[in-house]
Write a protein that binds this ligand. Sequence first.
Ligand SMILES: Nc1ncnc2c1ncn2[C@@H]1O[C@H](COP(=O)(O)OP(=O)(O)O)[C@@H](O)[C@H]1O
Ligand SMILES: [Mg+2]
Length: 156
Amino acid sequence: MDRIAQELKIHQLANHKNVIQYKGHFFDTEGNLCIKLEKMTKTLETRIGEEAKTGEHFPEWKLWFYFIQLVRGVYYLNMANIIHMDIKADNILINDKTKELKLSDFGTSKKFEEGDPSICLPGTGLATPLTASPEMLSGKGFGRRNDTWALGCILY
Ligand SMILES: Nc1ncnc2c1ncn2[C@@H]1O[C@H](COP(=O)(O)OP(=O)(O)O)[C@@H](O)[C@H]1O
Ligand SMILES: [Mg+2]
């Protein structure tokens, strides 16, 4: 399955309050696939930048408030045999009004069938270097643990 089809399939399958909600899709006049998603306010990356500008840092309660939502979203995906593979602050969306956090961007994600041997195939992972696990960077393969590693990077 090509990457775009995989991305669309994962959006259609995922149904959890901490994962961005799929609203439908269409093809534009040039034949490009457009995926409609629920509207969020900003990325976690932007949110962290705003706090940094004011010279204030995330108070600990707020950090856990967001992080717990992120872990719930990642846990849901991983239990559904979906590995995100590019979890980073820029792919995490926030709704300023409801204070919800949702995981987004399945452009490099993969859905596995139970027992799929390719879950550990070496050299098949793609990710942002800052949050990629050592195994992924050294081409040893990837699995659910790569998403867990990225969670640690974000918390840090
Ligand atoms: N549902 C959404 N609501 C608000 N902004 C979004 C939403 N989805 C994506 N964005 C914005 O678009 C950017 C790029 O989207 P993303 O899905 O990460 O695609 P890619 O990183 O592959 O270009 C995000 O970093 C975010 O700023
Ligand atoms: Mg992205």
